[in-house]
Write a protein that binds this ligand. Sequence first.
Ligand SMILES: C[S@@+](CC[C@H](N)C(=O)[O-])C[C@H]1O[C@@H](n2cnc3c(N)ncnc32)[C@H](O)[C@@H]1O
Length: 344
Amino acid sequence: MNLIRMSIRRSIWMVSRGTRDVAELAQMGDAPHVPVLLRPIIAKTAPISGTWLDGTFGAGGYTRALLDAGADTVIAVDQDPLVFDMAKSWADEYGARLVPVASNFADLDKAGQNLDGIVLDLGVSSMQIDQAERGFSFMQDGPLDMRMSQSGPTAADLVNTATEAELADILFQYGEERASRRIAKAIIAARPLNTTAELVAAITEVAPVKKGQSHPATRSFQALRIAVNDELGALIRGLEAAERALAPNGWLAVVTFHSLEDRIVKRFLQSRSAISQGSRYAPEQKSAAPTFELQGRKAIKADDEEVAANPRARSASLRLAKRTTAAARPSDWGKLGLPGLVFR
Ligand SMILES: C[S@@+](CC[C@H](N)C(=O)[O-])C[C@H]1O[C@@H](n2cnc3c(N)ncnc32)[C@H](O)[C@@H]1O
């Protein structure tokens, strides 16, 4: 399926339903999104200094903590242009030390070079989920959008144009949804789908809500969000860009929220911290020196105190690595655990 060929439906939701605007979001408090695993990142990378890049700025929790911990400058990258408006109420406090860049972190090496540290805190923020008009939440009715960058094809474009086999594949591979075929069939039968409520209704028709179990739409919403934003492709490109952008001894900290993401980060860092024997992209390369020094074999998890204060932290995993002096090189995507979808 060619996502580029899909028509882009203009949402009339914001006009017809009204939307929570930026000013209103800024009023939601100093930290509408509670940062996860921030304490271990700051502690393990201390002393913090020089230029850091936060590839997932969000509500700015990581950026502020890095600046307060001693970073001279933080280049704050986010693909959602709205997040920088939300930071206006406090950004002045840091003056020129905070450099906002609206971009995908897949291109982070264009935003900064010779960096002392890079942090990536993957996924969507609480603010994005809370804004019904963004279409990320199955708990609130809104347009079927799900685009973090607010550009490109929407989730509605995807569900209304994909074949049944393509949809089933997305739901199974990106959502690990066991009822993927049944749900894909129900989506096709209910098309066109333009709102989150319509999608939830199609899903619950064949996968009813069961007491004590997670909502049947949880996995499908995750899968469609990953597909719409090409989250796993961006992650691999972001890791490769981080390798090109970090100075020797520079830190890379990545926080993931599900096994698909964590597997990619784990395999990338494992492959970069061992002596490489070349790859199918560079067979002539006999061996390449490690580009990262892995900090611990296991991912760091949130402690009981953090999980009690912020249940979102339960599924988070932090992997940390330090850049060596070896030259950056292309990676073999086939070995990084990226699900193979039929529509690719
Ligand atoms: C979990 S939130 C980050 C929260 C942030 N660490 C904080 O403390 O407020 C993830 C953010 O990353 C952004 N994001 C996700 N994928 C991205 C990508 N590929 N490039 C740039 N930004 C991305 C989202 O738009 C969202 O604002």
